[in-house]
Every structure is written in C-alpha cells, then in structure tokens.
Ligand binder design. Sequence first.
Ligand code: NAD
Length: 356
Amino acid sequence: MEKTIAVIRGDGIGPEIVGEAIGVLDAVAARFGHCFTYREAPMGGCAIDAFGVPLPDSSLQTCLESDSVLLGAVGGPKWDAQPSHNRPEKGLLKLRGAMELYSNVRPARMFEDLASACPLRPDIAARGIDFVVVRELIGGVYFGEHRTDEAEGEQKATDIMAYSEHEVRRVAHVAFQMARKRRHRVTSVDKANVLDTSRLWRRVVTEVAREYPDVELLHMYVDNASMQLIRDPSQFDVIVTENLFGDILSDEASQITGSIGMIPSSSMGQGTRGLYEPIHGSAPDIAGQDKANPIGTILAAAMMLRYSFDMAAEADAVEAAVDGALKAGYRCGDILQPDCIPVGCREMGARIRERI
Ligand code: NAD
C-alpha cells in the first residue's frame, strides 16, 4: 500500500522522537511491503523563526493533502514572548480546526513491565489501569472568544465557553463506538451542577446513549473524576469529556500509568485522516541531548497504522516490538528502573526497529 504522511517535527525533542518513529515506520514498510512517503510540514517555533508564523499555509496544505499527519511537539521558552496570536501552540490549534479533528483519543494503559513506575499505591495499581480518554477537541473554552479589557484602572479577562448539540453528539458517538470494542462502559465527565454547557453536554450524551443499549453510561462531575482517577482507575473504560476538562484529566490519566513519554494520542475527524502525536510537549529541558523517550511517538505511529491506514497487523507488530524492547530491559531516563539497561532516544528507537 502507498501512503503519504505529513511530518511535523516541531521544536525541542520533536525532531529526535519523530526521527525514531519514522525509522520504525520504515521498518514496517520494509517488512510488510508498503511504501510510505514523508512530506515535511514545518510548524511551531521553528516555523515562526523561518516564516514568521506558527503554521505557514504551505504546511497546512501539505497536511490537508496527506493521508495522515505525524507530529512531534511544538513550543518552548524561546517563543514565550510571542504575542498570543502568534505562539507555537496557535499553529496546532489552527491545524486541528482546519482538519476538523473533533475527537482526541488517549489510551491510558499501564505496561506490565513498568508497574513499578506507577505512582499509585501498589494495591491500587494491581487492579490494573486500562482506559481511554476521549476528549472533544475543537470546541469549548479553547475555541471561544478570549479578551482582556481595561476598566476603572484594572484589567478584566474573559474566555467564553460554548458548545452546540452537534459538537457534543459527534464526540459522544466516538466514545460509545470505542466502548463497544472494549468493556462497554462510558463515563461522561462534566460540571453539570454549575455550567450550562455541561447540562447540554449531559443531555446530549444521554440521548446518544439510547442508540447504544449494550453500553453502560455513567455521569461524573469533573472534580470527582479527578479524584476517582487516583482512588481507583480500574473503574474506567472510556471517559468522554469536553476540551478543557479532557486536557487536564488526560494528563492526569497518563501520569498514573508511569511516564508521560510513553503515551500516544490520535485526533480524528469525520474521515480516516488523523493527527498522531505523543501527549507530551517539546521537553526543552532535555532537547538535543538524546535523552527523550521516543515510545509515545512510536506508539502514535502505530495508532496511525491501525486507525487511519487499517493496518492492524502492522500496528500489532509495532506494539509488540515496544513490549519486546521493554521486556529486554531497555529504558530511557524517564522510565529508568534498577537493574535495567539505560538507553538514549536513538538506541531505544533502534531496539524497537530491530524487533519489527
Ligand atoms: P513537557 O511535556 O514538554 O515536559 C514536562 C516534563 O516531562 C519535562 O521534565 C520533560 O523533560 C519530560 N518529558 C516530556 N516528554 C518526555 C519524553 N518523551 N521523554 C522523557 N521526558 C519527557 O511539558 P512542558 O515542560 O510543560 O512544556 C514544554 C513546551 O511544550 C511548552 O512550550 C509547551 O507549550 C509545549 N507543549 C506542546 C505540546 C504539543 O506540541 N502538543 C503539548 C504540551 C506542551
């Protein structure tokens, strides 16, 4: 099969981790007889330096014309002083909007061999952690109006949070369909005791649930959900929530599984094209030192194979190769344990590649 992949290396550790993911994709192409063509799409701080904007039109066009997009991470202290409309993250928000990627899926699974990296009490971790967070991605407060006004000698800032029914409905379907392939349980997270957007969210999710009688639906307030994730994460199968709550809860969810460097994510819209990236940022503190863990990005490439290219065997091969490298004891600094073999970004990539 022939596929074109837009590649956004980004900033900080982005180029290092994306390089390893591409190496793994090349190994997959060689073993399974595919042809992957990579098209560079500069975005983030590096694009501000080169083109003056975080997402040049040419990069956006490349992404829209490709079968899928692989992203490292963008941002870093060098661009913190940029005006808010021209920050690296704006490139990512614009790309998500232009590709109409309304759902973000983050699996939170504890790897057997990394159980000791789980920060929860061993008896809680022993119950297992295996759920996904489905986050609405292009609505809510991140896409509402943002304003800072000056009145009577002080500043007042306003951010508007809005949701319409169709925005809730389409992401609810993603969650219920995912639950059907898993343990048939959806927990919808909101703040319906306070927010109108949440009351609408709850009503629409409840309506959608009627189309999935085989899936159990529970509602939970976001403050309780943040607590339950730590108290007993084994109760969750699929969590569905709005943009801001999902941003926060999915970081919490990934941290309880071990390292932020291990977790991939996919962002999808209506068709098969998606944006695949690790959940972490550009980690400027370790950039350029061969210290980054590339596994989150490599597993993001596996998600691309599975969900956008319908290549399940290929995705299985990548995931098995990651498991194999971990079982053999190879660890990057963020997941280092006693008696393991410390490796850098490049060697971790090589150890996974050789197992494809
Ligand atoms: P971060 O995720 O970059 O780093 C947090 C901590 O985790 C750091 O100590 C870092 O070294 C470590 N870490 C992250 N990824 C790692 C990996 N693969 N291997 C080993 N250690 C890893 O978060 P931050 O420091 O808050 O943000 C840094 C920059 O990244 C900021 O400019 C932020 O805006 C940006 N950011 C970008 C994205 C994205 O591109 N999607 C997401 C989040 C943050």
